[in-house]
Write a protein that binds this ligand. Structure first.
Ligand code: TYD
Length: 403
């Protein structure tokens, strides 16, 4: 019997689910895979991968909602889809959604933000049936994640994107065959938040609260692709509660320097760390490592990324700043990081070699476990780029260092 899998949505979660489905079912005669990218998806990879771009690259049929209403044997997967699904319009009842919370809690909007503001220690993703209400259908599967004290809403969102794809992939066979079990959502403990809960156009830091609450506001709104909370003319990337009890009026600035403010609250003084990503990149580029390390006083910045997906480690690698690479890796920089095109650190080390003839960083990342066959989002690996640049693998892997 012919079946159709429709992936409706956006971002890494949708791309990861599609990638898996293509690998598993593309050569399956009876399964057709189609997608509905969201309207906001303009076909460009940014801080999240674009489902539309991926469909174009891999010749996946893109359809409209109305086209699939009539499909009888349909598995509909809503993964970060932005339209409310009218179940009555579908012939199929195999309609599922991933919601970024531990349902029945946090139905509706901002599920990667509100749990931080409400001081939750955990959140998660839920795979559920789509019913008439919002995020109300029976639960098929759920996975929890810890909210760490240093996590921003962007960190949570990224993690939920990954776990969300994983949970769909783990359940897809059961969803296809219809052999899944599900349980109704309880009314007790069920909460919902509408779009008006947060007014992103008028965000401001409220200092008439505890230092802990101030830090929670900073990290809840630290979502660089959209905004950082701004304070005193600077974006804020993180906060830190000090051990000093506030003796001044809440909101009094006690100290300010290049990287932070120290401000009083209703209990303890709090450090508010400024966004220094741009100046950090400049310092790394100029081999000004003393200042670069100073700008990394707030450890949060070490794995931060700009609009290209560049992290401090990517910049240090590209500019062959070996001392800074070593320092960043020792201080928790992620060596598996990639930019918005999926370019990995071994590829950046190849660029550094190309310009300087120094292969130290290339060998460093090889020793750390990065492999030449890792592909970027264009499906190209390092062998492809070496060939394009006319560089022999044996040469770049040799120990010859030209200064
Ligand atoms: P969005 O891309 O609208 O997706 P979703 O449908 O999952 O909410 O938003 C993703 C997250 O981005 C959202 O949970 C909170 C954050 N966000 C901001 O920080 N600022 C904004 O202006 C918006 C719209 C979202």
């Amino acid at each position: 019997m012919q079946q159709t899998i429709c992936i409706a949505g956006k971002n890494n979660i949708a791309v990861n689910v599609l990638e898996y489905c293509l690998e598993k079912y593309q050569n399956h005669n009876n399964i057709e895979i189609v997608c509905i990218p969201t309207e906001g998806d303009k076909g460009v990879n940014g801080w999240q991968r674009s489902l539309r771009w991926y469909c174009e690259q891999h010749h996946v049929n893109m359809v409209s909602l109305t086209e699939i209403y009539e499909v009888e044997n349909l598995l509909f997967l809503s993964v970060e889809f932005d339209k409310i699904i009218d179940v009555k319009k579908f012939r199929s009842n195999k309609l599922f959604n991933i919601h970024f919370s531990l349902l029945p809690q946090y139905k509706g909007m901002y599920p990667s933000v509100l749990p931080i503001l409400f001081c939750e220690r955990k959140t998660g993703v839920t795979l559920h049936r789509i019913r008439e209400g919002i995020d109300t259908g029976e639960i098929i599967d759920q996975e929890e994640i810890k909210i760490k004290i240093e996590d921003s809403s962007l960190d949570i969102y990224q993690e939920l994107n990954l776990i969300g794809a994983k949970i769909v992939i783990e359940n897809i066979e059961k969803l296809l065959s219809g052999e899944f079990t599900c349980k109704k959502q309880k009314a007790t403990g069920s909460t919902y938040f509408s779009v008006g809960t947060i007014d992103y156009k008028n965000l401001s830091l409220n200092l008439r609260c505890t230092a802990f609450q101030v830090c929670n506001q900073v990290r809840a709104f630290a979502f660089r692709p959209y905004q950082l909370l701004s304070y005193g003319g600077s974006g804020l990337i993180a906060g830190k509660v000090t051990k000093t009890i506030s003796t001044q009026k809440p909101g009094t600035v006690l100290e300010e320097n290049d990287i932070c403010y120290i401000v009083s609250t209703i209990d303890y003084n709090v450090i508010l760390y400024k966004d220094v990503l741009d100046v950090l990149f400049e310092a790394i580029k100029n081999n000004d490592n003393k200042n670069a390390i100073y700008y990394c006083s707030c450890k949060k910045i070490i794995n931060d990324r700009d609009e290209h997906g560049w992290t401090p480690l990517i910049v240090a690698t590209y500019f062959n700043n070996k001392e800074m690479v070593e320092w960043l890796v020792e201080n928790g920089a992620d060596i598996y990081t990639v930019n918005n095109n999926g370019t990995n650190l071994l590829m950046y080390a190849k660029e550094a070699y190309k310009r300087t003839g120094d292969n130290t960083l290339y060998l460093f990342y090889c020793a750390k476990g990065l492999r030449e066959n890792m592909k970027d989002f264009f499906g190209r690996d390092l062998y492809y780029y070496l060939k394009k640049d006319g560089i022999e693998l044996t040469t770049i892997k040799g120990n010859r260092i030209v200064k």
